[in-house]
Design a protein around this ligand. Structure first.
Ligand code: ADP
Ligand code: MG
Length: 725
């Protein structure tokens, strides 16, 4: 009944839905629009009809009122216009109307369609309704019948429902077990089948084996028969062989017996030999026992012999040592002779390289050339004129510090033998004097190398001689001597005669440092340098106007004889030799120049006087010559290194320096009373020394014939290359 009720309700709602749809369809926009247009259309038609009627009226009365310009005609015109306008509108509306009609037609078509569908829907609904009511009825009937038979069924169903799951489970389990058992049975069957097959095959195998065994047995029997036969034949062979062997053995036995007899006789003859051997052995045994005694004796005699030999060698050594010493003396003499032969005054030139400081342009052009075949010739181009000089040696700018030192080495070692040596660096400022004497830190000059050489030479002689080396450093500026190593460098020092009456000079208060190593020297040099820099603000300028002296004294004592020697090495970096124009200089500069000029001139004068062996040598004309007096006179040795600048702008000074050099070179030092043969020099020289402030020495020019030719060095037949000054 509930179902029936709900179906009824559904039916009702569907009927409502249908009516709603219908209302919706009727009230679409298009239909409204259509209705409106129809109304409008109707209105326009009416208006048109009215207008036509009016037009009719107006046409009926045109003649009756032909009044142009009257208000009616005007109105008529207006009306006519309106009419045409309206007609246009009508035409338009007609078009629109036909369009709308078309649309209406379509709409009505659709409407019919919709109505048709609606009808279908309704029919369906009725069918459904019917079906549902039928089902409803069936249901009612079923319900009624079920109500009649409900209780027993329910019980059965219930029990079944209770039992069936258990049974089902048991059933499925037993089915599974059954399945499993069946599978096992099948498997067992399979195994059984296989075993049967195996059994069958092993049966077959047994049969085969039995057959084979039978075969083997028959064969074995046959082989046994054969073997017996063979054994018999072998037995016969054996018997035969034994007989043969026996016969042979008997023969051999006889031969062995015979041999044995021979050996016996041999043995008898060997016995005496054995006896002599035993005797020998016993003798040797005795000898071995007495051997140590013999050995001792022999050793004693050999020792005595060796001792004697050693003594002989010792005395020989002594003799050799004596000879060696004599040879050493001889060597020293030869060395001295060599130095002497080279000349007591030697002059070398060193040309420095062109440096940045020389500037550029023609002024800095090179004006110096060399002779490739003769290293004692130097050519100078001065004011376009070539001038040549010959000196003892010329070093080109390529020469190293070591090359230069090589040249002066012999002089320095002669200092150890007690000779006094002077090495001067002469030349204009900037020509390289300080470079040659002091050098740079990395490339030291003569000063340091000389001391190093002295150290190593002294060390070599250390077994026989004891030496001490001391150094002093002094400076002469404006004719004032100062100690560069002293505590008060400003103090003026005096040069005095030794009070011992030896005629030697000494400088009281001049500091002397004992040096033993290169380190010591460096310390001394540094100390001197510091003293100088603190003293003078412009050291460069100052040092170019002063003479710097390094005085090395080598004192030696011969350990065996107690003989003493003293040699002095004076290393002098002279003041710049450039001449100052009289007009240019004034005041202190002029004074400096005068002093320099004086001392350098004095040096020249002293050399000239020595050369001419005058009784009076003006050593006292300058502090420099006075200080160096004992190192310039006697058999002292002097080396002058003339420093030369190679550039064009310095040629005047270069010319001056080289002239000075060549003049000095031709002078021989000291007519020493100890060695009278030294007092001569080359007769070919024209000694042209013209001392700047001293009286000329005419005797020098007049000097002639040499007393002996030994003093001039081999190359002293000199070409006079210098143009006459
Ligand atoms: P001086 O002492 O004569 O005034 P210096 O020794 O001071 O001259 O030399 C002037 C410059 O020329 C320095 O800079 C120096 O290093 C340089 N000089 C001199 N001689 C040489 C040389 N042989 N090789 C290289 N440079 C040199
Ligand atoms: Mg200098």
């Amino acid at each position: 009944t509930v179902e029936v009720e709900s179906l009824k309700e559904k039916l009702l709602s569907q009927a409502q839905e249908v009516s709603r749809l219908r209302a919706e369809l009727g009230g679409t926009d298009l239909e409204k629009h259509r209705d409106l247009l129809m109304v409008e259309n109707e209105r326009l038609r009416q208006e048109m009809r009215r207008c036509e009627a009016e037009l009719q009226d107006l046409r009926a009365t045109p003649a009756a009122s032909p009044c142009p310009g009257c208000e009616h005609s005007q109105e008529s015109a207006q009306l006519r216009d309106r009419l045409s306008q309206l007609q246009l509108e009508v035409a338009e509306n007609k078009g629109m109307l036909s369009e709308l009609n078309l649309e209406v037609q379509q709409k009505t078509d659709r409407l019919a369609e919709v109505e048709l569908r609606l009808k279908d829907c309704l029919a369906e609904k009725a069918q459904e309704e019917e079906r549902l009511s039928r089902r409803l009825r069936d249901s009612h009937e079923t319900i009624a019948s079920l109500r009649a038979q409900c209780p027993p069924v329910k019980y059965v169903i219930k029990t079944i429902e209770v039992e069936s799951p258990k049974t089902k489970q048991a059933l499925s389990e037993s089915q599974a077990r059954n399945q499993h058992l069946q599978e096992q049975v099948a498997m067992q069957r399979q195994v059984l089948k296989e075993m049967e097959q195996q059994l069958q095959s092993s049966h077959q195998l047994t049969m085969q084996l039995r057959a084979q065994i039978a075969m083997y047995e028959s064969e074995l029997e046959r082989a046994h028969g054969q073997m017996l036969e063979e054994m018999q034949s072998l037995e016969e062979d054996k018997n035969r062989a034994i007989e043969e062997a026996f016969a042979r053995a008997q023969v051999e036995m006889k031969a062995v017996h015979e041999n044995l007899a021979g050996v016996r006789t041999n043995l008898l003859t060997l016995q005496p030999a054995l006896r002599t051997l035993t005797n020998d052995y016993n003798g040797l045994k005795r000898q071995v026992r007495s051997f140590p005694l013999l050995l001792q004796e022999a050793l004693r005699s050999v020792k005595a012999e060796i001792g004697q030999a050693i003594e002989e060698v010792n005395s020989n050594n002594q003799e050799l040592l004596r000879k060696y010493r004599r040879e050493l003396q001889l060597r020293k003499k030869c060395h001295n002779e060599l130095v002497r032969l080279k000349g007591n005054i030697r002059v070398i030139a060193r040309v420095r390289p062109i440096t940045k400081e020389d500037g550029e342009g023609p002024e800095a052009a090179n004006a110096v050339t060399f002779d490739p075949d003769d290293d004692s010739i130097i050519h100078l181009l001065h004011k376009g004129k070539p001038v040549s000089f010959e000196l003892d040696k010329v070093f080109s700018p390529r020469a190293s510090q070591q090359d230069v030192f090589q040249e002066v080495q012999a002089l320095i070692t002669s200092c150890i033998d007690g000779f006094n040596v002077c090495i001067f660096a002469y030349g204009q400022t900037g020509a390289g004097k300080t470079y040659t004497m002091e050098g740079s830190h990395e490339n030291p000059g003569i000063n340091q190398r000389a001391l190093q050489l002295l150290f190593s030479e002294v060390q070599e002689k250390a077994s026989d001689w004891e030496y001490s080396i001391t150094v002093s450093a002094a400076e002469i500026y404006n004719e004032v001597l100062r100690d560069l190593l002293g505590k008060e460098p400003q103090e003026k020092l005096e040069i005095r005669l030794c009070p011992d009456g030896s005629g030697q000079l000494y400088v009281p208060g001049l500091t002397e440092f004992q040096v033993q190593s290169v380190d010591d020297i460096n310390k001394v040099f540094e100390f001197g340098h510091t003293n100088r820099t603190t003293e003078f603000t412009n050291l460069n300028e100052h040092s170019s106007r002063s003479h710097a002296l390094l005085i090395v004294t080598v004192r030696g004592v011969d350990c065996s004889t107690g003989l003493r020697t003293t040699g002095k090495l004076n290393l002098v970096d002279l003041a710049g030799s450039e001449r100052v124009g009289k007009s240019g200089a004034e005041g202190s500069r002029l004074r400096e120049a005068q002093h320099i000029n004086k001392s350098l001139s004095a040096l020249g004068d002293v050399i000239a006087a020595l050369r001419s062996r005058q009784g009076h040598v003006p050593f006292r004309n300058s502090k420099l010559t006075y200080l160096l007096q004992d190192s310039l006179s006697g058999d002292s040795k002097t080396l002058m290194v003339v420093q030369v600048s190679p550039v064009e702008k310095n040629t005047s000074e270069t010319l001056y320096s080289l002239k000075f050099a060549e003049r000095v070179r031709s002078v021989e030092l000291g007519p020493g009373p100890r060695r009278p043969e030294l007092g001569s020099w080359s007769s070919q020289e024209h000694l042209e020394w013209e001392p700047a402030c001293q009286t000329p020495q005419p005797s020098a020019r007049a000097h002639s014939a040499p007393s002996s030719g030994t003093s001039s060095r081999p190359g002293s037949i000199r070409r006079k290359l210098q143009p006459s000054a």
